[in-house]
Design a binder for this molecule. Sequence first.
Ligand code: FES
Length: 115
Amino acid sequence: MPDGAMFSVTHSIQIKGAETDITCAEDQMVLMAMEQQIHVPSPRPVRVGCRRGGCGACRVKVTKGDYTTQKSSRVHVTEEEAAEGYALACRLSPLSDLELEPAFLDPRRPADQDG
Ligand code: FES
């Protein structure tokens, strides 16, 4: 590889509800990788909204793996939730292979209501 050449490490991302795994580079956001690899009309397991950490549509829970997140509002993921693995996919980059599940909170529905 020539001096100064850059490459980024990619990881496999398994999203609950997705038909196939996706790959995501360490310098890429999981939501954007999902959008590039799962094309409409295929169902996207994670909702896409503002892509800037403001709407909470892409809220997920990471159930396995290491990751880093960019700074975002605590409205949709509190510090306590972040410690439990909750994150916004548009602010989430992998540091290893990841497993995650959608965790969108519908503001019209109480959080303690099942079904
Ligand atoms: S798409 Fe709006 S917070 Fe991620």
